[in-house]
Design a protein around this ligand. Sequence first.
Ligand code: PLP
Length: 255
Amino acid sequence: MNLASLWCLDPSVIYLNHGSFGACPSAVLEAQASLRMEMEREPVDFLVTVLPSRLDGAREALAAFLGAAPEDLVFMPNATAGVNAVLRSLILGPGDELLLTNHTYAACRKTVDHVASRTGARVVVAQLPFPCRDDEEIVSSVIECVSPRTRLALLDHVTSPTALVLPIARLVNELLTRGVDTLVDGAHAAGMGDGGYSMRGYPLLPAFYMLCLLGVAARVFTLEPRLAVAGIVILATGWPLYRLGHRLFGGAPGP
Ligand SMILES: Cc1ncc(COP(=O)(O)O)c(C=O)c1O
């Protein structure tokens, strides 16, 4: 089967950059257009009555795919919004440290810098070896940057500039034993590998996924005591929505 024919991509172009600006398969675009038409026919009924149960259904299907509990998943506009939701909700003070790596995605690095500049927190950048010989090198380069003031580590599961797959489960556990929460930027990670991507066994893992333009924030709730406003990006009509799983979905969806 010619998989490329499932996309609307120009056949004269060999399109490889599904990371930065991924295209959607035609079937996804058609489903999206039909949903939009359904909404436009009766916006109030769609947004108030139909949408919540559709979101619940989508969350259940996605949870089964990711190996997560549906109530741990929240839809976000994209991975960057999810990372912003957590970072900009952290309660930080001068001298607190935010740990990331020199391979962190640029937009997320900018968010860390912004949050640090507003709170007086310090940004600590672990230098990942590249090329690297084994997981050990990666783990020790991150762990040696942990201090008693480290409040959160932001780690990419798959690094954008270098395509390294970090040993994320091990890193999350190692950091947790040192009392450090990890925010995993999981863009690209869902669906990779033979066994898919399972969230089971991750003790404390806010994560974000990107599946043909799908953004999901997961398990942010475990961090809630340390967040000021539980990760709201846009506070709008939909707030407050008390049902678990809707709490980051503060605004009415755009067209
Ligand atoms: C590691 C990583 N994080 C975040 C993003 C941003 O994704 P989005 O544009 O969906 O926010 C990318 C995009 O390439 C990425 O590679």
